[in-house]
Structure formats: C-alpha cells, structure tokens
Design a binder for this molecule. Structure first.
Ligand code: MGD
Ligand code: MGD
Ligand code: MO
Length: 771
C-alpha cells in the first residue's frame, strides 16, 4: 500500500509511467499547446496572442530568455512560450468573491498547481492575520479582503518608515520584471537606504556571474545567435533545452546543418537533445534532426573533473593550445597548467562515471573544432563547487582561444525572460560602486555602499528577526526558495509581506502578520499611462535589448503596471523630500529610459535605439574587442582544486529539476511528456542498478530523506520510484516539491546559490518493505 502524499491534487497520487521519448517538439507539442491555450483563453484570444509572441511589434515571450533572431516566423512557435502565454492570458479570474469564499488556511492546503489554475488576480487585497488568540480576530484574520491602492501604498509606507533601519526591508525581484520596473525598484530601495535586493538570479545563474566576472570581466555570455550557427562544436552541459529553451533547438539544428558537432553532458538522456522535430518545417515535423553526436552521461557534479582532464589532454597535444592568444590575452596560465597536469584519469572516471573511451571521443571532437561554444544552465550552477566548475569551462575555452571570435565563446543560457536585464538595471545586493556613483550623481541621492542580503541571507534575516518587511516584484519566493519549512516559518515572522503578482501562488498564503497582494499587468497586457500606450524593454540571454508591447485588454480595470506600482509606492514612502520625478516616470516610461541611458553604459540613446525593429546589442568587451575588464586586465586562468560529491553508502545524489509541464513554481499540468511520466509529479527517477541495490522496485513508494551536516531531518514523503537511465549514483525529482530537502545552509561557494542539484538523500520505503 502506498502512503499518501500531503494534501494536494488527488491526481498527484497516481503518476503513470510510459517509455521515455527520444525526440522533442513535433506535432504533439503543437497539439498540446493549442489544447492548453484553448482551455485557458478560448479560440479568439489564442489566435490573438500566439500570433504576437516575439514578433517585432508584439510582446516579448515570457517563456525564457533565449534570443529571437532576425528571421521570425509568423508564429515563432514554441510549446514553452505558448504555455506561458496561455497561463497569463487566461480568462479565469481570482476576484474578491474568491477570497471571501476561500480562507487563507484552506488555500494553504492547496497545491501550487491548484492555486495557479484559479486565474488572474483582479483586485489589491489585504490580509491582517491578527493575533490568533482572539476568536473574532482569528476569523477575520483568515481572509484577504479588498483594499484600495491608496490604502495599500499608505500601509507599506507606514511599515517601511517604522523600521529601525532600512536594512530591515527586503525587495525581491523575479526575472520577468521589465528593465523599466527593475530600474525604478532598485532606485527606490537605494533612495530609501538599502541594498537588500535579492532576486531569483541568486538561486539561478549567480554561479555563472561569479565565475565569469572574475575570469573574463563581465558576468554575461559572450556569444550571439549567429555565433551558434557558425560553431564547429557546441557542448551543452547541464541543460535541458527541449523543455526549458525549445527555441534553442532551432539554433542547434541550424548549426548541425552547417556541419557542427554537438556533445551533450548530462546525467539524464534528454529527449530534446537527442532529436528535434522542428514544427516550423514540414520535414522536421515528421522525421526531425538528430542533434547529439556524443552523449556523456555524467554523474551529478562531475563536470569540473571532466573539463579539468580535457584541459590536461589539450595541454598534452602538440599545437592544440592557442599560444598566441594565451600569451597576449590571458593571465595565470602557468599555475593553471600545473594544476591541470595533476589531473588524474582514475579520479576523473570516478567523479564522472564515464568510460575512458568516451572522454577520448570527446577530446577528438574538441581538437577537431576551431570554434567551440559551451552552453550551460542549472546543471552546472546549483552545486557546492559550481563557481570553480564554470571557471574550469572558461579555462577550457581560453586554452584554444575560444573567446572573442566568431563561432566561439561562453553561453550561460538564462531562465527568466528578463533576468539578465534586471541585473543590468542594478538589481543586485552587491552593486558595483561605479554603478552607485552614477546613480547618485544622476538623482542626487546617497546610496548605501554596504552590501545587502541575497536570497539565502534574506531568509536567514527573516528567520532571525533582522528583516521585517518583505516586498516582492513578482515571483513565488516561498515556493522557489530552499528549505521550505524554514523559509515558510521565516516568512511568517515578517511584519508585512507584499507581492506584486499576476497569479495566485503559495507566497500569498504563507505570509507575515499583514500581507498585501498587488495585482499587476503581465507582458501580454496593454499598458496605457496618461492615455498613451507604453512599451517596456527587456534584455535576452545574449545581451540584445528590445521592446515589448502587450496587446490584450487587462484582466481587470483595477490592475496597475509594475512601474506605476513602484512610483506610487516611492511617493508614499519617500514623500515630498524625494527629488526624483516619480510622477513623470509613471506617466511615460520613455522618461525612465532617458535616465537609464544616463546611468548605465551601453544604453546611450536608449529610446531611439529601442524603437528600431529588433532593438540593439549591449557592448561586451571580450566578445567585441577581446578586451577583458578584469582586475589583471586579462582573461584569467584559474586553478581551483577539483571537487566532486562523495556519497555515503546507500545514498544517492538527488537533483531537483523541471518537468515538461511547469514554469518554475507554476505548474501547467501533471505530465512530463518526454520522460514518459503522466498524471503526477511525486516521482523519483533512479538508475535500475542502483534501485536493485537499494531494493527500490519500479512502482514502489518511498520517502526522500535529505542528509546534511546539521543533523536536521528533512523529508519529502510519498514518491513513486521510476526506473530511468540516469547516471549511477544519481536520482532526480521535481522542484518545488523537493525544495523541502534543500538545506538553507547548503550553498555554492562564492555565489551562495542553493545546491538544488546536489542533495544527498536516503530512501525510506513507505509501502511496507524496508529500503
Ligand atoms: N518550460 C520551462 N521553461 C523554463 C523554465 C521552466 O521551469 N519551464 N524555467 C526557466 C528558468 S528560470 C531557468 S533557470 C531555465 C532552467 O533550464 P535548465 O537548467 O535546463 O532546467 P532544469 O530542469 O533545472 O535542468 C537541469 C538540467 O541539468 C542536468 N543536470 C543536473 N545536474 C547536472 C550535473 O551535475 N551536470 C550536468 N552536466 N548536468 C546536470 C539535468 O539532468 C537537466 O537536464 O529554464 C527556463 N525556462
Ligand atoms: N529546488 C530547486 N529550487 C529552485 C530551482 C531548482 O532548479 N530547484 N530553480 C531556481 C531558479 S533557476 C529560479 S529562476 C527560481 C524562480 O523563482 P521565482 O522567479 O520567484 O518563481 P516563479 O515560479 O518563476 O514565479 C512565478 C510567479 O510569478 C508571478 N508572475 C508571473 N508573471 C508576472 C509578471 O509579469 N509580473 C509580476 N509581478 N509577477 C508575475 C506569478 O504570480 C507567478 O505565480 O527558483 C529557483 N528554485
Ligand atoms: Mo532560473
């Protein structure tokens, strides 16, 4: 008998399992997207939105940060984008009547999937939890009730001004926020007096930023879409583009057609990387193109060891090193070369779980390539040793001069559609002093210079009573953060929690003493200010900035745009003493862009240049001129010791990843089509050989228990075991159900990113048999 998972969707109790797929996209992707779109928005709106995604006069797709490219199809089709749009453009509504009918405690018993399915938020809502001791108070204190925008801003301002220090406030940003709203939010935070600007990036690509700034001088990728098309070799490590960046598959297909080779490095065989059925071409729809030439089924966390050994092998091959580039443009070569020489075959084979012949095959492809790109995402960024791992990737590229020339470079593939832009706009708890100097000069303010809290430190501050007001510009902080129980308890200690949101989520029901939901316009919505249609701007994963213009009637007349919410909050909080023209910013976002142009390098003539179709590219010194703005003035080789996870007997290393039917904490459905999972999310993928040793037959049920040095038991109950060809020693289960297992203290060195891809777990069978 299977144990019941905690309260949620009944459907989650009964996942069904079929054979995994070996190709991505194709007809099923189109059918599936149209089905979801139709359910959420009906026929007319489906046509209205899907035709406008990523078109030059349309809105930027909220699906991911992959760039658009120049030759757009009438409907640049992508299942991920279609689902993201349907989720936002839904005709379902969460009204004040909904909140009158559902208490917060009853909503807290619902799954994230159920909450999200209720529709778009329509009114600003206030919750006053009260003390809970008084019966009457408790009754009222369990329901959100409508509140006017004026009251809402007055209440936040009152709480903010009552704090002992501005550092008791936290301003979180999720990466969908536009450049304009992000710039205003960080300006508000700094004028108010804090650098507490945690963002989703802290849990995402922070390790990439940390590694790249130190080694090449800029925390962004160095390739354009054109470079991908021209590469000889593309290594995709720790990324599942078939699900998370489907439009990337078109670029890989194009590269392949021009002769490129592809190596995929992943503990899981991922369907999208095996074969891509391009829905844009008739032949692609049916047959598809094979993408991966070499699949390295690496053990979780083995990447640093792999790249280190490849580097040693390159060093040992006469003529393989680009000596001219190394001499002219790099620093630290000797020390790095000595460290690489020490790399050991046996240790590497243990760390990676690979065969010698596989690594030799990879080396042959590397040596045959004159232009190499390495792409990566969360499979490289969410481990304890993520920063040294990514630095080793940089070493690998530097050795053969693969940075700063066509067809070559680093390609961290971002997640949220504007997460890179938000950072460019100054959403960062450790801002560059030069940025603050420019901001201060422009606005006549004095920004604090001491660093603020990132996501993990924000949770600790809430837990320890050091932070008391939490304001979120989008996202779902409670569900996306690690150590769910700790995070939820921390959030409940806050005096006030505020969420600017489009859809209902768990962060609205696990709140501070008082809580506000501020409903806002999404990407797809028309935004009029003072009678004039506004655009916002975003920056994609390759540093291209372009405009986004929504085309749908907003979900309710009470919605305010994100820039309007920040400007009104700023006026309520900072009062007439603020010299910043907040009202002008609200009236016309072009006024915000004028200021961005004066503060942030690369945005000169912002309004003019963003009006051009397709927008413009931000400067990137290593890519554009092989200039490396690091401390040494050169690209830095680094020589960290090799690390890889070591597991106690009877344990596996669990990675927490995305299914095909989710967008982070937003669950679109209960299937994971490419992996053959249907109708449920509480599953754990285990290699059959490991499963045999651990006595975990396919279809058995188990609790996942996380083991961490603090000795606290973290448990996620009721997972169905699925035998799956993942690397030995590894397991995989979906986020956010497994976030409860990720200890708050388990973070990457330097970047402080939670180690969501390396959680040591043991299994406790719950169906009567011992594991
Ligand atoms: N549909 C959809 N699209 C999305 C999102 C979504 O949730 N849904 N989220 C967006 C966001 S915010 C982000 S950051 C991106 C995330 O995009 P991805 O990083 O592709 O997302 P994950 O599902 O976390 O997948 C991690 C991949 O890394 C592999 N991996 C895990 N550990 C290791 C390791 O140690 N080494 C190697 N080499 N590989 C490893 C996993 O098997 C998996 O293939 O996608 C964005 N796009
Ligand atoms: N265990 C584990 N944890 C992880 C990860 C993992 O791989 N494993 N991945 C991490 C990563 S990469 C990321 S990026 C974070 C994501 O963390 P977040 O960005 O905080 O989470 P999302 O689920 O993307 O946020 C969804 C919510 O955003 C709101 N929203 C959507 N569109 C808009 C909009 O246009 N405006 C506003 N104001 N709100 C909007 C909706 O209310 C929706 O419910 O999670 C991290 N957490
Ligand atoms: Mo992300």
């Amino acid at each position: 008998m299977a144990s019941k998972p905690p309260a949620g969707d009944p459907a989650q109790d009964s996942p069904r399992v079929t054979a995994p797929k070996h190709a991505a996209a194709g007809i099923p992707a189109v059918v599936h997207s149209l089905l979801i779109s139709h359910q959420q928005m009906g026929a007319r709106r489906t046509a209205q939105t899907l035709l406008k995604v990523n078109q030059k006069n349309g809105f930027d797709c909220p699906g991911c940060a992959w760039p658009e490219g120049d030759h757009r199809h009438t409907a640049e089709f992508c299942e991920n984008g279609a689902k993201a749009v349907a989720e936002e453009a839904t005709l379902r509504r969460v009204t004040p009547e909904f909140f009158a009918a559902h208490s917060v405690s009853s909503l807290a018993g619902r799954s994230g999937y159920w909450l999200g399915q209720q529709g778009r938020l329509t009114h600003p809502m206030l919750l006053e939890r009260g003390t809970g001791e008084d019966g009457e108070d408790g009754e009222d204190g369990d329901h959100y009730r409508p509140v006017s925008w004026e009251q809402a801003f007055a209440l936040i301002a009152e709480e903010l001004t009552a704090l002992d220090s501005p550092d008791e406030a936290l301003f979180y940003t999720s990466g969908r926020t536009s450049n304009e709203a992000a710039f205003l939010l960080q300006l508000l935070a700094r004028e108010y007096g804090t650098n507490n600007l945690p963002d989703c990036s802290n849990m995402c690509h922070e390790s990439s930023g940390s590694a790249l700034v130190e080694t090449i001088g800029i925390g962004k990728g160095s390739v354009s879409l054109e470079d991908l098309h021209q590469a000889d070799l593309i290594i995709v490590a720790g990324q599942n583009p078939g699900t998370n960046h489907p439009r990337m598959l078109s670029a890989l297909e194009k590269a392949k057609a021009a002769g490129a080779k592809i190596i995929s490095v992943n503990p899981l065989p991922e369907a999208g990387l095996e074969r891509f059925k391009n829905p844009q071409t008739p032949q692609g729809m049916v047959k598809g193109a094979a993408l991966t030439d070499l699949f390295l089924r690496i053990r979780i966390g083995g990447d640093q060891a792999l790249f280190r050994l490849l580097n040693k092998l390159i060093l040992g091959t006469p003529g393989a090193v680009d000596a001219e580039f190394v001499a002219e443009h790099t620093h630290g070569y000797e020390e790095f070369a000595a460290a690489a020489e020490a790399a050991d075959w046996d240790e590497t084979l243990t760390a990676t779980g690979l065969e010698r012949s596989e690594i030799e095959e990879a080396l042959a492809l590397v040596l045959a390539s004159r232009r190499t790109i390495v792409c990566w995402a969360m499979g490289l960024t969410q481990h304890k040793h993520s920063v040294p791992t990514i630095r080793e990737v940089v070493n690998f590229l530097l050795l053969r001069g693969n940075i700063g020339r066509p067809g070559a470079g680093v390609c961290p593939v971002r997640g949220h559609s504007n997460v890179q832009g938000d950072r460019t706009m100054g959403i960062f708890e450790r801002p560059d002093p030069a940025f603050l100097d420019a901001l201060d000069k422009e606005f006549g303010i004095t920004s604090p210079r001491h660093h603020g809290y990132d996501v993990v430190r924000s949770i600790e501050a809430l837990r320890d009573g050091k932070a008391k007001v939490f304001f979120a510009m989008g996202g779902n902080f409670v569900a996306a953060s690690p150590d769910t129980d700790v995070t939820e308890a921390a959030m409940r200690r806050a005096r006030l929690t505020v969420h600017v949101s489009t859809k209902l989520n768990r962060s609205h029901v696990v709140t501070g003493t008082r809580a506000l939901i501020l409903p806002t316009l999404g990407r797809t919505d028309k935004d009029f200010q003072a009678g004039v249609r506004q655009i916002v701007t975003v920056e994609d994963s390759m540093g291209m900035v372009h405009a986004s213009r929504g085309n749908l009637a907003p979900a309710s007349p009470y919605l305010l745009s994100e820039p309007a919410i920040v400007t009104r909050l700023a006026r309520a909080t900072l009062g007439p003493a603020s010299m910043t023209p907040w009202e002008d910013f609200e009236k016309d976002y072009a006024n915000i862009r004028d200021r961005i142009a004066r503060v942030i390098p690369g945005f000169e003539d912002f309004n003019e240049r963003v009006a051009r179709p397709g927008g413009f590219a931000l400067p990137h010194a290593p890519r554009d001129e092989r200039r490396f703005p690091t401390a040494t003035g050169k690209a830095n080789f680094t020589a960290a010791p090799v690390e890889y996870p070591k597991l106690p007997e009877g344990r596996l290393l669990l990675q927490t990843l995305r299914s095909h039917d989710q967008y982070n904490t937003t669950i679109y459905g209960l299937d994971d089509r490419y992996r053959g999972i249907k109708g449920g999310r509480r599953i754990v993928l285990v290699n059959p050989a490991d499963a045999a040793e651990l006595k975990l037959p396919d279809g058995s049920y188990t609790d996942l228990v996380s083991e961490w040095k603090d000795g606290v038991e973290r448990r996620a109950p009721g997972f169905r075991v699925v035998h799956y060809p993942t690397a030995r020693g590894c397991a995989a289960a979906y986020y956010p159900e497994t976030n409860v297992l990720v200890p708050l203290g388990a973070t990457a060195d330097t970047s402080n990113t939670p180690t969501s891809k390396s959680v040591i777990v043991r299994f406790e069978r719950t169906d009567g048999e011992a594991a």
